[in-house]
Design a protein around this ligand. Structure first.
Ligand SMILES: NC(=O)c1ccc[n+]([C@@H]2O[C@H](COP(=O)([O-])OP(=O)(O)OC[C@H]3O[C@@H](n4cnc5c(N)ncnc54)[C@H](O)[C@@H]3O)[C@@H](O)[C@H]2O)c1
Length: 337
């Protein structure tokens, strides 16, 4: 099977490419990525050169993308390409978010339709559902209405709605996922877990937004990669699948665990002004993907400590990667308060 992966040089995309090449010896991957600040070819070093190919390009560029479909004739497409950092969507501007997360997805949908590609998995987020309250029994279901609160989430919701409309109107065989917050190796250190690890490793206090009592359902990226493989193989076109592991944690507790693991005092934190529109809690009901596609996560709630420990070890051991990213992160996010 020939697979076109869009945005495969980022965090989840690169983990997915490593996973699928190992899990499916019959798969060849063409990775199409613009290489924004978040794209990093170091994430994909040492892959088999006869089964992995890289092309630099923008998913909004219909002409170039069309040429890639014509030349490589993929059997399926998985899209990870997105602007993903909420803070950037607030402090730098939303335009790039709308371009990539809405227009880019539409451009892929058009190409899939034109070239009659077998399946398209569009990777999305639970943030499209908005927020839950801390004490609310409700979880996000696939039928929960979209109520995005920040420009990143609104742009992702826009792309997801274009997927729905393309399936309903044209029969484009698209499947959409809504996954909770990921952690694991190769994550750009602007997101909470690698950010906290980087800060703690440097002996600096870890900034905490507001009261720190924000809740996320943390999933290991390896479990997300396995879920995407199942969606690719067995997902029903037109369907949406929520992905989460019932592992709700307060941000402050996640940071304290990281500090403990790194032998630092638990109070090596500093409170910073809260993010506007900050969603209090995300929590996923993943019954559908478990029941219908047989997905079984390895890093369940009980194994979160193992997953986090392995992740911290990865960042500690990959010092060259970390040092390069530390420099890049400082440069990229210098203008975010
Ligand atoms: N990180 C999470 O916790 C999380 C959780 C749920 C869903 N998601 C979704 O998973 C996907 C991947 O997230 P990630 O954390 O790996 O993101 P990332 O920011 O690490 O990587 C994004 C990748 O997309 C590429 N890209 C950006 N704009 C592009 C464009 N116009 N054309 C081609 N390539 C482009 C970048 O170069 C980069 O390689 C996103 O759609 C995101 O919304 C992420």
């Amino acid at each position: 099977m020939k697979l076109l992966v869009c945005g495969g040089a980022g965090f989840i995309g690169s983990n997915f490419i490593r996973h699928i090449l190992a899990a499916r010896p019959d798969v060849t991957v063409v990775n199409y990525d613009k290489l924004t600040y978040a794209g990093n070819l170091d994430n994909l070093a040492e892959l088999p050169s006869d089964r992995y190919f890289f092309i630099q390009g923008d998913i909004c560029d219909a002409e170039v993308l069309d040429g890639v479909f014509a030349e490589h004739a993929p059997d399926a497409v998985v899209n990870f390409a997105a602007e993903t950092h909420v803070d950037r969507s607030i402090h730098i501007g939303s335009r790039e978010f709308v371009m990539t997360n809405v227009v880019g997805v539409q451009t892929i949908l058009d190409a899939v339709r034109r070239h009659k590609t077998g399946k398209f998995v569009n990777v999305s987020t639970d943030e499209v559902y908005g927020t839950l309250q801390l004490d609310e029994p409700r979880l996000f279901l696939e039928t929960t209405p979209f109520e995005p609160n920040v420009p990143y989430a609104a742009a992702k919701a826009g792309g997801d709605l274009m997927c729905r409309a393309s399936f309903r109107t044209f029969g484009v065989p698209v499947v959409v996922s809504h996954c909770s917050n990921n952690y694991g190796p190769f994550q750009f250190p602007e997101k909470l877990i690698p950010y906290a690890i980087f800060k703690a490793m440097a002996g600096e206090p870890v900034p905490i937004y507001g009261d720190g009592l924000y809740v996320r359902d943390w999933i290991h990226v390896a479990d997300h990669a396995r879920a995407i493989q199942l969606m690719l193989e067995k997902g029903v076109p037109g369907e949406v699948y929520n992905i989460g592991v019932d592992n709700e944690r307060h941000n402050i507790d996640v940071v304290k665990t990281i500090l403990r693991e790194l032998g630092k005092p638990e109070d090596m934190t500093v409170r910073v002004e809260d993010r506007p529109g900050h969603d209090r809690r995300y929590a996923i009901d993943a019954t559908k993907i478990r029941r219908e596609l047989g997905w079984e996560p390895v890093y369940t709630k009980e194994r979160f400590a193992d997953g986090l420990r392995e992740t911290i070890r990865w960042y500690r051991e990959n010092t060259a990667w970390v040092e390069k990213l530390r420099a890049r992160q400082a440069e990229v996010n210098a203008h975010i308060k």
